[in-house]
Design a protein around this ligand. Structure first.
Ligand code: BDR
Ligand code: CA
Length: 310
């Protein structure tokens, strides 16, 4: 089993991604780290506890990470994932956030304990990983790979060229991409090909029992957002795609390329992918270029609802 740490800002698709990771037979989720992004880091941490409890997986530790980007103001938007991050779900229980170890310290500790074995799956801004790299670059060089939902090839959602997770903290993203840890970029150009339709949400509610009911409640909220915002008939499975690729790399075709992150204002957070190798710089990333949605959804249903299959 692949040892993974999931770094998340726990919005709706992060929650679906967590379900997929916990249910996956190929992934051993050692721990969760949280980050601001879709919601603030305190709420992200609460959402993580709520979801793990729901999945009977509260034995997996959660470590709180950064509340703000390295240098920029934190951007706050409630529309995409709802005020508390999980659509209309309100979490009224207060979970004890008892770990004093921070997210970067946990990443460093795991990199040292399991050299060249840890896959970091990042589903939010890259501030925690950048902080870990700054704190202990030697230890972090033993991270096997980072699978990062973020960026996109010629596609943005915060600007014509920048994706939310990278746009939130481009300075952090630059540290991560410059770090020499192999980064697999799962960007908008591939995630927008995996759209969960309203039919899927209904089906999940019909067959999925309690899990299906919770998932479809969140997915219905997300579907409405996508229709209002982008006139997409369904919701985009950004973060679940990053988790699925950790299990089955064949879902995405990657190109080995050099990626740089724009820190300038007009193109803030753009992932500049040197597809033509025009810069002749060393390749630092594997960039997702195309995806097979059928393979993704096959994995998605077989993993999440394996108990419902013969
Ligand atoms: C990313 O931003 C968040 O809203 C999603 O959870 C995903 O990680 C997509 O741009
Ligand atoms: Ca996310």
């Amino acid at each position: 089993m692949k040892k993974v740490i999931i770094d998340s800002d726990f919005g709706i698709d992060d929650a679906v991604a967590l379900f997929l990771a916990i249910d996956s037979e190929d992934l051993d989720v050692l721990g969760i780290t949280t980050i601001y992004g879709n919601v603030d880091v305190e709420q992200a941490t609460m959402n993580g506890h709520f979801l793990l409890e729901f999945l009977n997986a509260s034995n997996i530790p959660i470590y709180r990470g950064a509340g703000t980007p390295l240098v920029r103001e934190r951007y706050v938007s409630d529309e995409t994932h709802g005020k508390y991050g999980l659509g209309n779900i309100v979490i009224d229980k207060k979970y004890e956030d008892w770990h004093t170890k921070t997210a970067p310290s946990y990443m460093i500790e795991m990199a040292q304990k399991y050299p060249d074995e840890i896959t970091l799956i990042t589903l939010g801004p890259l501030t925690n990983v950048a902080n870990a790299l700054t704190k202990n670059p030697d230890a972090m060089s033993q991270i096997k790979e980072i699978i990062s939902m973020g960026g996109g090839v010629f596609k943005g959602n915060m600007s014509p060229v920048a994706e939310f997770n990278i746009w939130c903290d481009p300075e952090a993203a630059k540290i991560v991409y410059d770090s020499q840890i192999p980064v697999k970029m799962v960007g908008l150009n591939v995630t927008h090909e995996v759209v969960l339709t309203p039919n899927d949400s209904t089906f999940i509610k019909l067959i999925g029992g309690e899990k299906g009911a919770l998932l479809s409640e969140m997915l219905e909220y997300y579907t409405t957002f996508y229709w209002n915002q982008e006139q997409i008939m369904g919701c985009v499975m950004h973060d679940p795609l990053a988790v699925a690729v950790a299990s089955d790399q064949s879902i995405i075709d990657f190109m080995h390329a050099h990626v740089d992150i724009s820190l300038s204002e007009v193109t803030r957070g753009e992932c500049i992918v040197d597809v033509l190798h025009a810069w002749s710089k060393p390749n630092n990333s594997f960039v997702g270029m195309s995806v097979c949605p059928e393979t993704f959804f096959d994995h998605f249903y077989k993993t999440l609802f394996k108990d419902k299959q013969r």
